[in-house]
Design a protein around this ligand. Structure first.
Ligand code: FES
Length: 77
């Protein structure tokens, strides 16, 4: 089976999976955290907005997953 990696930072070859793993593990809360740990966005900077977007959507995805797993029908956090 061929697994394709989505590269977010072309300059430093940092994949979406690497970035999402950092966010989910709590090791990256801001784009600066990702930059320090992977080098993403420290060259041309074109990927910076994508890092910020991934932080935003990954947090939202995780919150939705927590809500789905803990749903008792009351829709409260
Ligand atoms: S694409 Fe990420 S620094 Fe250039």
């Amino acid at each position: 089976m061929l697994v394709m990696e989505v590269i977010i930072c072309n300059c430093n070859q940092v994949s979406e999976k690497v970035i999402k793993d950092l966010i989910i593990s709590g090791k990256a809360k801001h784009a600066d955290d990702i930059e320090k740990q992977t080098g993403a966005s420290d060259d041309c900077g074109r990927c910076r907005r994508n890092l910020e977007f991934l932080i935003k959507i990954t947090k939202t995805e995780n919150l939705a997953e927590v809500n789905n797993n803990n749903c008792d029908g009351n829709n409260t956090l």
